[in-house]
Write a protein that binds this ligand. Sequence first.
Ligand code: B16
Ligand code: MG
Length: 215
Amino acid sequence: NIQGFIFDLDGVLTDTAEYHYLGWQKLADEENIPFTREANEALRGVSRRESLMLIIGDRPYSEAQIQEMMERKNRYYVELIENITAKDLLPGAIALLDELRQTGMKIGIGSASKNAHTVIKRLGIADKVDAIADGYSVQKPKPAPDLFLYAAQQLDLKPQQCVVVEDAAAGIEAALAGGMWTVGLGPVERVGAAHVVFPSLAGVTWADLRAKLNE
Ligand code: B16
Ligand code: MG
């Protein structure tokens, strides 16, 4: 039976994708690499290095240059997320978090971001979260199950006792590989592999989830 929820951060509780986009766009412009808002969609839930690799393609950059570009983009990003407040929580996020806590569920965060702690603090939800797995927690990024398994371990739960809420295909894949229940947010073309799919968290209650997960 379900005893905990692990939430992805970007695209589920808040929308930092826009800030990631602005950071990557500035870097790409400086490097004269074509990049668009549409291209940024493919970077959802993808690690920082993997994102850069997708942007630079087969351009011959050295490892030192790659490191420098990752740091540069992160400086732009960190500057942008300084302005995040509770207003940046996505619709339905706080209501579901609070309801789940009231039913006694443990709450974890499973984010690929190395800035997850900062974002969680700025959103004002640090005291609603029992464990955070972030970009520093494990080596292998999603779609490997490692990040979510780490979060479950931190919550002291077995994978099959956890529900992962994700907006990225790689995140759903990771959670399924880890043996967890999955809730996909967004279009079926992206998160259709999940046990349950909703357009967003707006209006989603524990009763809805329990019914659909056959608890
Ligand atoms: P950072 P999530 C992911 O967050 C973002 O969706 C992705 O765009 C970003 O590249 C990745 O975190 C790494 O973030 O550069 O801050 O370490 O969806 O896993 O919460
Ligand atoms: Mg995400």
